[in-house]
Design a protein. Structure first.
Length: 164
């Protein structure tokens, strides 16, 4: 999987939907992120110019909201829950298993081939299924995996790799 090249026409299309006004910064950034799976660096000068606001303002919005990513993400985003219920039911060994198989760390969260991103979340709202994690991927429904143990992690990863 490679990173799509930035295209200002994508920004134009999103702006057409939401209007070239500062009040539309959030949906415009969401639209761009939907297309690229992250906000490419070219986003900031491009959107700033088209909306007539400073790059710093666009950047400020993008970095304020956790849902925006300034780094490319993998095709599969694995969100390992480390909320209280999952933590006490041993979510960390699952997280460590994902990281060790994929060669990831707390700082390096995406594989070089952009297949997987592994991150933690505070609670998936599925505490009775602890320890749980969610897999998200463009074009498929989010899937929550329940009561996971570390020995299930390689099997789940193999299933996901078969879909790459
Ligand atoms: S703490 Fe993990 S789903 Fe709530």
């Amino acid at each position: 999987m490679s990173i799509a090249t930035f295209d200002a026409a994508v920004v134009d299309d999103v702006i057409k939907v939401w209007g070239a006004k500062p009040g539309s910064i959030i949906p415009i950034l969401q639209g761009i992120q939907e297309k690229y799976n992250y906000l490419p660096p070219e986003t900031f000068p491009c959107v700033a110019k088209k909306l007539g606001v400073s790059e710093a303002r666009i950047y400020g919005v993008a970095t304020f909201y956790e849902n925006f990513s300034l780094q490319p993400k993998g095709k599969f985003i694995i969100k390992v829950c480390d909320g209280t219920a999952c933590h006490v039911r041993k979510s960390i060994p699952n997280l460590e298993k994902f990281r060790s198989i994929l060669g990831l760390t707390e700082k390096k969260v995406t594989t070089d081939d952009l297949s997987f991103t592994v991150q933690t979340v505070a609670c998936l709202g599925a505490c009775s299924l602890a320890p749980a994690f969610m897999v998200q991927s463009k074009g498929i429904d989010d899937k929550v995996y329940a009561n996971v143990t570390p020995d299930q992690v390689p099997v789940i990863l193999d299933e996901l790799k078969a879909k790459l």
